[in-house]
Design a protein around this ligand. Structure first.
Ligand code: NAD
Length: 248
């Protein structure tokens, strides 16, 4: 199966990778829906929707600064590195990611569409001041009072990270990502539960237009039935094996 997938990479024009939180779990950033994911004990609408952010910004930051502090310090893993290598070798046209951790760019990928934005920086919704997320998390943790962090410029408490929360529009660049994915010869989804739309629907749109579709994940996804290749396993094992098949 892996050698056939490697062959498809070599033979298909304009391959696109769709990536999800599962490619960063080995880097210390938890996913949401995996067995140890963060949705087990919290309502996603409280901490990942625009309504939840507005209703209780302190709760939003308590969740993210505690559970996702690694976002600011993590290094890329095997999957990020493979995709950067594939791009360099002209075997991959683009990465479309649901991830907000910036690890594709850290690994050296250049053509990256961040469908859900990024957690790198936050913008103050009151005065427009932009700040890196790392010092913001540090302020949340050192204050320890559970309140939302204050903007360094206007002292308001409405610093919103540059991520797309439930209830918000996707970035304009998503239309371009959709176009590129629809016209790809091979689309490979890695480490995504494929439950969040419209991202998950990209796979079906590409398949309808004739793309070969592959899914690599440790558990079942709703799109396994339409895929030409379903590889179920740990990315830490599957990716090095695929890399070897590709001769990279
Ligand atoms: P998800 O949490 O819904 O699904 C992750 C999938 O990856 C699960 O099916 C899980 O079983 C699988 N997985 C986890 N670790 C794996 C491994 N080592 N090997 C193989 N499979 C593995 O993630 P999603 O589909 O990306 O949706 C989550 C949403 O939350 C996204 O919209 C994203 O914006 C956000 N999110 C991002 C990050 C991040 O940037 N790293 C982390 C958590 C959540």
């Amino acid at each position: 199966m892996l050698s056939a997938l490697a062959q498809a990479f070599r033979n298909s024009p304009k391959c696109v990778a769709l990536t999800g939180a599962g490619i960063s779990t080995d880097c210390g950033i938890p996913d949401f829906r995996g067995d140890h994911g963060r949705w087990q004990d919290i309502d996603p609408m409280d901490v990942a929707s625009i309504e939840g952010f507005e209703a209780d910004t302190g709760r939003f930051y308590r969740f993210w600064a505690e559970k996702f502090a690694a976002i600011t310090t993590a290094s890329p893993g095997v999957t990020h590195r493979l995709l950067a290598q594939l791009e360099q070798a002209d075997l991959l046209k683009a990465v479309v990611t649901q991830n907000i951790d910036g690890l594709h760019q850290k690994a050296g990928s250049e053509c990256v569409y961040e469908a859900h934005g990024s957690f790198r920086r936050a913008t103050c919704l009151s005065c427009g001041h932009i700040e890196e997320i790392e010092p913001i998390f540090a302020r949340v943790q050192s204050a320890g009072d559970g309140r939302a962090p204050a903007c360094r410029k206007c002292r308001g408490r409405r610093l919103k990270p540059g991520v797309v929360l439930f209830g918000e529009m996707l970035p304009e660049s998503f239309a371009k990502a959709e176009y590129i994915t629809k016209h790809a010869g091979l689309v490979v989804a890695l480490g995504s539960s494929l439950q969040v739309h419209p991202f998950a629907g990209l796979l079906e749109k590409a398949k309808v237009r004739g793309a070969t579709v592959a899914i690599i994940n440790r558990e079942k996804t709703p799109y396994d039935g339409l895929a030409d290749f379903v590889i179920r396993g740990e990315l830490s094992e599957v990716v090095p094996a695929l890399e070897a098949e590709l001769g990279l």
